[in-house]
Design a protein around this ligand. Structure first.
Ligand code: PRP
Length: 176
């Protein structure tokens, strides 16, 4: 593999400020509700950890892991749950937390699955939104930053499981 270089897209301070804004909005919207935050592994764990600590409302947390199938890097749109929630969700106010919306397949499918379990409400908070890559219509209820069609890493996002630890979001260059 050719050596990769990275260029900062969203510095740590900018992320911190935006996460604080999202948390304030979510805290207002969920005041007095029975909030269950559902993170999608692995990418969402960093964003979710910062987001819940900035909330002013109580919440509980759980996680799912999704698996998508397709040839090479081209997704077929077939998405399954590989690790399910451990919490019953009927009657709960659920906020799904995701690191990035790309084609939209993952979140569309997860929403379908969770709707069948009759939560009181079901919304999505995505840290990054790459609308140019959408293959199915999908609009998140809360978005950190819209981004262009570039390969981004850091703040939980990976390339071949690398770079999740960067405290900022970076564009990856020179991938071979
Ligand atoms: C990434 C990302 C989302 C999904 C978005 O997960 O974290 O879950 O892809 O893509 P989509 O909108 O095209 O469905 P990935 O499968 O890379 O796993 P990871 O979270 O462990 O990095």
């Amino acid at each position: 593999m050719k050596e990769t270089t990275t260029e900062i897209l969203f510095p740590k301070a900018v992320i911190e400020r935006r996460v604080g804004e999202l948390a304030a909005q979510i805290s207002r919207d969920y005041a007095g509700k029975d909030l269950l935050i559902v993170g999608i592994l692995n990418g969402a764990f960093v964003f979710m950890a910062d987001l819940i600590r900035a909330l002013n409302v109580p919440c509980t947390v759980d996680f799912v892991r999704m698996a998508s199938y397709g040839a090479g890097s081209v997704s077929s749109g077939e998405v399954l749950i590989r690790k399910d929630l451990e919490t019953p969700v009927a009657g709960r106010d659920i906020l799904i937390v995701e690191d990035i919306v790309d084609t939209g397949f993952t979140l569309s499918r997860l929403l379908e699955i969770l709707r069948e379990r009759r939560p009181a409400s079901l919304k999505v908070c995505a840290f990054l939104d790459k609308q140019a890559r959408r293959r199915v219509p999908f609009v998140a209820d809360y978005v950190g930053f819209p981004i262009p069609d570039a390969f981004v890493v850091g703040y939980g996002l990976d390339y071949n499981e690398q770079f999740r630890f960067f405290p900022d979001v970076r564009v990856l260059r020179d991938i071979v």
